[in-house]
Design a protein around this ligand. Sequence first.
Ligand code: ADP
Ligand code: NI
Length: 217
Amino acid sequence: MENRELIVKNAREYVYDALNNEGSGHDWWHVFRVTNNAIEIAKYEEADIYICELAALLHDIADGKLNESEEAGQKRVYTWLVDNGVSSETLDHVMDIVSKMSFKGGNQKENVSTLEGKIVQDADRLDAMGAIGIARVMCYSGHVGRPIHDPAMKPRENLTLEEYRNGKDTAIMHFYEKLLKLKDTMNTSYATKLAQGRHEFLKVYLDQFYQEWDAKR
Ligand code: ADP
Ligand code: NI
């Protein structure tokens, strides 16, 4: 039987060291919050808390942005799990979650299938909503040199690659491109409930933002 307590402790230390100084929004505190979200949802949904915690801790280690390639990122997680003596069942389940989560948008091959995978995905998406989500958008936009807002820009589905490269995107536009859509992508009922509150907060924030922009409040 694997030593679950020790494996989780080692995973925390490993991920902390790897992401502590990461500047692109995949920092340790993002992982910390996703892990806490995942544990809370797992308790409510009566899922396997150990698998949710371990997969949440490792979910961004495999991210293509932080590695040479998606494959290299996944090999990193795989090697860590083997070196830390997880059972083959845990290995398969965590790899299944991490590999499916790390593929984004058009690259997405398959959606997460198990309850635990759905929970970790919900937890990751919740961290892009609400007060924290707003902080992350502003951080990311500053990181890539984009303005907060441009009133000439109208919400629309997706920027063309050229517009994207030209930096014709704003922090506020990203609310319409991603944040406001997340509410309807939740897998579990508990996360759907949390997402509702965070979604309402996004709308209140936008309303206040536009009022202030127009010097009305
Ligand atoms: P994750 O890997 O955590 O699921 P992403 O890598 O897509 O999420 O994004 C990390 C954070 O940066 C999120 O909070 C997201 O909203 C924000 N972000 C991503 N793309 C943009 C963008 N074009 N403009 C502003 N913020 C963005
Ligand atoms: Ni993440």
